[in-house]
Ligand binder design. Structure first.
Ligand code: HEC
Length: 164
């Protein structure tokens, strides 16, 4: 015979599972306005896009150092998309993003990275970095430029320019 307490425990756990399944979900069970507000605040603004850009940029530097140009290309490509995603959320940032970065060095450096010549990739890196930094100045966040991803230089970078 099954002890009574086991039956009780079994029923209690079934109940717990059922009530869990019906627990309020922050999006699914919210009304439309609340859902939009929650999504908008959780997805963040330009800084959450820049967070991704910074991460990818540092990994791109590491990939260049490792001569892994496919990985460097991958990150640089995604950086373009992340910045576009950023100004989709904050249209005020579009003009400088396009003028100083996306319509400037970004497609050029993408082609350079795809071509996979390490010397050219290293020699053009300062132009890529300068474009990031110029936009920080233009957007009044110049303090962003004083951190290792912008202040450190890779071995051999800019060499071709220096010898020209
Ligand atoms: C619109 C021009 C613009 C361009 C182009 C740009 N940035 Fe930014 N970046 C900003 C602004 C504005 C902020 C501050 C965002 C805020 O506070 O909302 C920022 C913030 C950052 C941050 C701090 C993010 C955080 O909150 O953790 C990093 C890192 C960064 N940028 C890296 C880069 C790199 C690397 C590039 C080039 C690949 C780049 N940015 C290109 C405008 C730009």
């Amino acid at each position: 015979m099954i002890p009574r307490t086991f039956v009780m425990l079994f029923l209690a756990s079934l109940l717990a599972m059922a009530s869990h399944a019906h627990a309020d979900d922050w999006l699914v069970d919210a009304d439309e306005d609340t859902r939009a507000e929650r999504l908008s605040s959780y997805l963040g603004g330009f800084s959450s896009a820049m967070w991704e850009v910074g991460y990818r940029y540092e990994h791109m530097l590491q990939a260049i150092e490792d001569d892994n140009f496919e990985l460097a290309t991958y990150h640089w490509d995604k950086i373009g998309g992340a910045i576009r995603g950023g100004y989709m959320k904050r249209p005020g940032r579009q003009a400088n993003s396009d003028a100083l970065f996306l319509d400037a060095i970004w497609p050029i450096y993408l082609e350079t990275l795809k071509a996979g010549d390490g010397d050219t990739i290293r020699s053009q890196l300062p132009q890529a970095r300068d474009a990031c930094m110029a936009c920080h100045v233009a957007e009044d966040v110049e303090f962003m430029n004083n951190q290792p991803m912008f202040t450190r230089t890779l071995p051999g970078e800019g060499d071709a320019n220096a010898s020209e």
